[in-house]
Design a binder for this molecule. Sequence first.
Ligand SMILES: Nc1ncnc2c1ncn2[C@@H]1O[C@H](COP(=O)(O)OP(=O)(O)OP(=O)(O)O)[C@@H](O)[C@H]1O
Length: 412
Amino acid sequence: MIEAVGLTKRYGDKTAVYNLSFQVRPGAVTGFLGPNGSGKSTTMRMILGLDNPSAGHVTIGGYPYRRLPNAPRQVGALLDAKAVHGGRSARSHLLSLAQLSGIPARRVDEVLGVVGLHDVAGRRSKGFSLGMGQRLGIAAALLGDPQVLLFDEPVNGLDPEGILWVRNLMKSLASEGRTVFVSSHLMSEMALTADHLIVIGRGQLMADMSITDFISANSADFARVRTPDSEPQAREKLSAAITEAGGHVLPEQDGGLRVTGLPLPRISDIAHDSDVRLWELSPHQASLEEAYMRMTQGAVDYRSTIDQKEGLQQPLPPGMQPPMPVPGQGQPGWYAPPPPQQGGQAFAAPQGAPVQAPAGPYGAPGAPGAAPGAPAANPYAQPAPQAPQGPPPAAAPSSVPTPDLTKPEDAR
Ligand SMILES: Nc1ncnc2c1ncn2[C@@H]1O[C@H](COP(=O)(O)OP(=O)(O)OP(=O)(O)O)[C@@H](O)[C@H]1O
């Protein structure tokens, strides 16, 4: 098990990770999510003893990594697959790692087979594609047959077959009772792979729960309603009637409507009363991606100006920070996720009319008086950082040279 308590990391005046406490348990794949720059890699580096916490501590099986007995046999990690001596073949790279860690040489061929690189084992790794490099990094992580595995973006650069392979590998490692901690930005993949999620934003814990709980806590079910394509006026009529009855309507690209805030039987009754025929009325649950976007919207540091032009997010005045995420809470009223392939405008809103902060397409209440997406009325004032509560940082022996995880011999 990995356990972080009050983990904090500051680089000068930049707080990369703040007061993080969580456990990563064996027998499950735990996904580690967060926007770019939210502190995932920093956290993983602290878990692996590659960075010292400024405060708090993190242990693996009760020990800080650097004090872990026989660490290479207990913990395997992939942080940066590119950092391999390019002049070495895949086999000699793994062989040198094995020798440094007292791992039998026969294990090298085993892991080359597991990751599908046996046919190119003699080739220099500098000629490897991104995906082959990822596989080599995964092989290095598996070399010691460890009980605890950390993977930072393991599917980066892999083709669909490779992504499927990583998914199955993670699941099978977890089913063997191992602790598997994996970061990824691919929500669809994470939804298929992980059992549990730890989500951080701006270095702070935002969620620590099962995928199922995460989706239901950060999204609401919605109904998909479709009227006959040949009757656009029926669609408008129904949309207006649903809005009048307190529902919230967003158009979908195929002509359907996404309705929140009303149960299906009520929508059916409204359609009947409005004399509108329905081609479809079906229940849906939001995806992990939608739930994640909703939760982390206030914690995104880097955003395209194109999104701003699309009205998904208003540009901040120079020097102004976006709202700070509230750990354990979503960002109600601050972000309206768009329906698939569309902007996030309410279907019934007339062009140019001021749009009221909606109840949120997923049912969350809006910020009073705020336009959707406007950060001005930030309900969450950023608290002044305080000294995190928690045990003092683990004293890493200063004589130990900072290991380079890209060289798995150091990671072990
Ligand atoms: N060595 C360092 N010196 C100064 N700042 C750093 C250092 N390492 C990380 N940071 C900063 O800490 C923050 C967290 O970075 P980190 O790489 O942990 O984020 P991340 O969640 O892994 O991002 P990504 O998803 O883009 O990989 C960033 O603002 C980053 O610039």
